[in-house]
Design a protein around this ligand. Structure first.
Ligand SMILES: *Cc1c(COP(=O)(O)O)cnc(C)c1O
Length: 463
């Protein structure tokens, strides 16, 4: 094992050294991947030296998500405390289903979930679990909503027509999960949103009434805390009222920005969160832990048991259900995703998590201020969102993002809302400083100037 640790140390040091000068990895076009890298597997093994070289080559050519040039998606950075926790989870390699197999790691998960529930304001009747990503925690919420509507569905299968409501701006896992859970993709109702991307509650109520009239059973409303493109927050309190009137399960998908829970300054964005039936968020997004770390909590933990527990005498041989986490989880064997989050939280405290969240909004303010003071840019997003959407000199967002990628300059993506397509800068990496954000714009501007041939069409049509 000592050799392996030394090798790990060497490869990681090389990577980190290289990242300083090259924040973007060399662009490897997908159609040249197997020529540029030897990824082949053969019958015979290779020497340790060749093995190390192969790993190093692979690592150095892999997209760099921890640097100040990665703004592509809703994660980024490298939080050292959380990384340490995750590395230890790999070495320990527990499976989280039973106390017998995970011991104190069960406590790590339980304490983390308990503190999340405390922040929401939920007592000991609430609990939660970890699943591999926000799509899966959303899935768990839909299964609980379905079973809360009719617990016999678990046994008999689906026989009624159920409907689920979510905004047009919500994540694509909602229709996917409707297919998984037997509700059906066509039974997802897409509610309109206002100019900020927040769900229109009048539209929601109209759709529910219409469905009830037509013999459907509305079972769930999914709200989003941080829509994928605009970073908008749906209104929880108003929708709770509507759900109460019709007896509907209310879930908040906070995969992207639900972590505002940790911030005194920004938790007003999820005002009313204590009123929902279930809430999920990804610590691997705003909190900055390694992928994946997604949490779901339910106000009444009985729903978790009702939907996810199965008796298995070969597995649950000791200890109380409370300590056998497999009784409330999606998987059987389950990796320890809690330790990285717990390690970070233990180290920096709730105050430290708050600072991580607040800093991202600060960086977004820096970006918006820059854009507002520069007439070459058009800004599409609004305050209190960490998605900063804009266009530069009228160049199509797709053209510019692709060129930046193919020239190994910056990794940033584009999105669209209300018919506009734009570059979406996500200030989710809390290790970035004001300087890194300003540098992003400087790089973008000098890139366009130096490669005007790429943008000729766009630039001339604008004039
Ligand atoms: C990222 C995201 C998800 C999906 O989470 P994964 O961990 O990528 O599966 C779901 N909902 C929203 C709003 C998201 O931003």
């Amino acid at each position: 094992m000592q050799n392996t640790l030394d090798r790990f140390d060497k490869i990681v040091r090389d990577l980190i050294e290289d990242e300083k000068n090259n924040p973007v990895a060399e662009f490897v076009p997908s159609d040249e991947l197997y020529q540029r890298l030897d990824l082949s597997l053969s019958k015979q093994g290779i020497s340790d030296e060749m093995f190390e070289e192969a790993l190093k080559d692979l690592v150095l050519k892999t997209p760099r998500t921890a640097t100040n040039a990665f703004f592509n998606q809703l994660f980024g950075g490298r939080n050292e405390k959380a990384v340490l926790g995750d590395l230890l989870a790999v070495i320990l390699n527990n499976s989280m289903y039973t106390y017998k197999a995970a011991g104190p790691q069960v406590g790590v998960e339980k304490v983390t979930l308990r503190e999340v529930c405390n922040l929401i304001g939920w007592d000991s009747s609430a609990d939660g679990t970890f699943a591999p990503g926000g799509s899966m925690t959303n899935y768990m919420s839909m299964v609980m909503a379905r079973d809360a509507f009719d617990r016999d569905i678990r046994k008999n299968g689906v026989s009624q027509k159920m409907t689920v409501y979510t905004s047009r701006e919500s994540h694509y896992s909602i229709p996917k999960n409707a297919a998984f859970s037997g509700i059906g993709r066509d039974q997802v109702r897409y509610v309109g949103s206002d100019k900020h991307g927040q769900m229109d509650t009048v539209d929601l109520e109209k759709m529910i009434e219409e469905d009830v009239k037509n013999g459907y059973a509305p079972i769930m409303v999914n709200l989003t805390a941080g829509t994928t493109v605009m970073g908008a927050f749906d209104p929880i309190r108003k929708v709770r009222q509507i759900c109460n009137n019709y007896g509907i399960w209310l879930h908040v998908d906070g995969a992207y920005c639900g972590s505002v829970l940790f911030s005194d300054k920004y938790k007003h964005l999820i005002d009313g969160i204590e009123l929902v039936d279930s809430f999920s968020f990804n610590a691997h997004k705003m909190i900055g832990t390694p992928l994946s770390c997604s949490i779901i909590v339910a106000k009444n933990k009985q729903h978790l048991y009702d939907s996810f527990s199965n008796d298995a005498s070969y597995l649950y041989q000791t200890d109380h259900d409370e300590f056998n986490l497999g009784k409330t989880s999606l998987q059987c064997g389950r990796r320890n995703d809690a330790l990285k989050f717990w390690a970070l939280w233990k180290s920096v405290g709730t105050k430290g998590l708050e600072e991580i969240v607040d800093h991202q909004f600060y960086l977004a303010d820096v970006a918006r201020n820059y854009l507002r003071n520069n007439t070459d840019y058009t800004l599409y997003s609004y305050d209190e969102s960490i998605s900063v959407c804009f266009n530069y000199k009228g160049i199509p967002a797709k053209t510019i993002c692709t060129a930046l990628y193919e020239h190994s300059e910056l990794l940033v993506g584009y999105g669209s809302f209300n018919g506009d397509e734009f570059i979406r800068l996500v200030t989710i990496n809390a290790q970035n400083k004001e300087e890194d954000i300003l540098n992003f714009f400087r790089l973008l501007e000098s890139f366009v100037e130096e490669h005007d041939e790429l943008f000729e069409n766009a630039l001339t049509t604008e004039k």
